[in-house]
Design a protein around this ligand. Structure first.
Ligand code: PMP
Length: 454
């Protein structure tokens, strides 16, 4: 891991500030996108010397690209330990594209099962597609401890919802780790519960894939996940190659979502026959070769380093950060700060009691050169819940003034880690937050709250 740390672009980039000075940057926004990993770029550069389109074996470049693209698929399947009856499909835009597509596929394949269950801790990408394609979506609440800390999905409530909907339930869609609190869910236990009523389990692995081991199969056969979606840019491969890893059988007799070149066996003016081969059938058109190859190469390197080691390293850093942040008076960390650190990834959201999140974020970025973001992180229901805001509109200055400050959208400040981050980065952030908490007026005079709009 130490050797990899130097192979990221942007770790030590200089940062222009509002006052015209230039200073070093600390990157703590990995939950949005990880930094670029040069280690994989070097590997891909070799193959890209021969760049050409796939779908032909007759010239050298096409052959190399076709083979490299197939290897990228294999790398994904290996990374998540997928058995032979699973396929890996590269799809357009990240997890968002993958979940939209799978909601459509699953709704069309089993129209009699017209209910989906998701949770109140989801990114909008793992909520809105289900609302769009299923007749009914149930949002399962979170386990809340007596101090109001919301942790993982409430398994009792989830099981009750699963049994209530029984053979109307199509699938349960859940995140493997929250992009707001970093807290991880027991996805294999959730899969087993869904399978109990013949439903499927769809997992949003956007946040967890680069941070902790995640496998398709569980300890028992009934615990295998049916669908997993991943995003390249959250696994150190920039751009948005999205990935679906899913049971091949889910696509049986399904009309492909996108039709065109590369997926047909016969076409005349009256009819077309699509190939039955996966993933080809679901990957019409020219693939995003640079993004896919980069992701494949990155996954192989991560696997070689070992996801257990990567997780342990990040946990140690997260624990270090949580301990230091918990010492700052007037700072609240959201989610279960009491949960064992093993059940979370390196994402920490917080607010300072005396300053709006938009102002804290503006100062952290501009004054301290710490790249962080704020507001709701595309998880408005969850953030409102953590802030104790019941208001459907999401703007509740009366109940939110203490933590968010007046005249801003509800929200929080998020610090998130990648494998390039070290204790020195955490120290920089803790020192900055300590100063903000200690002399809020000094910052209030210089910065205005900024709503990030996300
Ligand atoms: N799910 C989670 C948990 C996420 O954090 C994100 C990205 N912030 C997404 C889904 C959507 O990913 P993408 O933007 O790559 O589609």
């Amino acid at each position: 891991i130490e050797a990899l740390r130097d192979q990221f672009t942007g770790r030590t980039t200089s940062y222009p500030r509002a006052d015209g000075t230039i200073g070093p940057r600390t990157y703590l926004d990995s939950a949005a996108s990880n930094l670029r990993f040069r280690g994989a770029e070097a590997v891909v550069e070799d193959a890209m010397q021969h760049y050409a389109n796939t779908h032909s074996h007759l010239h050298h470049g096409a052959r190399i690209m076709t083979e490299a693209y197939a290897q990228a698929h294999d790398a994904v399947l290996q990374f998540v330990g997928a058995p032979d009856d699973y396929t890996a499909i590269f799809c357009g835009t990240g997890v968002t594209g993958g979940l939209n597509r799978m909601a459509r596929v699953l709704a069309a394949q089993h129209p009699e099962r017209d209910v989906a269950i998701t949770t109140l801790m989801e990114h909008h990408a793992n909520d809105l597609p289900h609302r769009k394609h299923l007749r009914k979506v149930v949002h399962v609440p979170l386990q809340v401890d007596p101090d109001g800390n919301a942790g993982r999905v409430d398994m009792t409530a989830l099981r009750a919802a699963i049994h209530e909907h029984g053979d109307r339930l199509n699938y349960v869609a859940v995140t493997a780790a929250s992009n707001v609190t970093g807290i991880a869910n027991p996805v294999h236990a959730i899969a087993e519960a869904a399978h109990d009523v013949g439903a499927l389990c769809v997992v949003d692995a956007a946040q967890s894939a680069a941070h902790r081991p995640i496998r398709i199969t569980g300890d028992a056969p009934g615990e295998a996940l049916d669908v997993m979606c991943l995003s390249g840019h959250k696994i150190y491969a920039p751009g948005s190659p999205g990935l679906i890893v899913a049971r091949k059988a889910l696509f049986d007799n399904h009309e492909p979502e996108v039709v065109g070149g590369g997926i047909v066996e016969f076409v005349d003016a009256k009819r077309y026959d699509v190939t039955s081969a996966l993933p080809d059938r679901e990957e019409a058109g020219t693939p995003n070769l640079p993004g896919s190859l980069l992701l494949g190469a990155t996954l192989r390197i991560l696997q070689r380093v070992g996801m257990d080691a990567i997780e342990a390293d990040e946990q140690a850093l997260t624990q270090y950060a949580m301990s230091a942040l918990n010492e700052i008076d007037g700072l609240t960390i959201y989610g279960s700060h009491r949960l064992e650190v093993a059940e979370r990834i390196g994402v920490i959201t917080l607010n300072l009691h005396d300053l709006p999140h938009g102002l804290v974020t503006a100062a952290l970025n501009d004054y301290f050169g710490i790249a962080v973001r704020n507001e709701c992180f595309c998880a408005q229901p969850f953030v409102r819940q953590l802030l104790g805001i019941a208001d459907e509109q999401g703007i509740a200055p009366t109940s939110c003034t203490d933590t968010c400050g007046p005249r801003t959208q509800p929200g929080m400040v998020r610090l998130s880690f990648g494998l390039y981050n070290t204790r020195a980065d955490v120290d920089t952030a803790v020192k900055a937050l300590r100063d903000l908490a200690a002399r809020p007026d000094w910052y209030r005079e210089r910065y205005r709250p900024v709503d990030d709009g996300s």
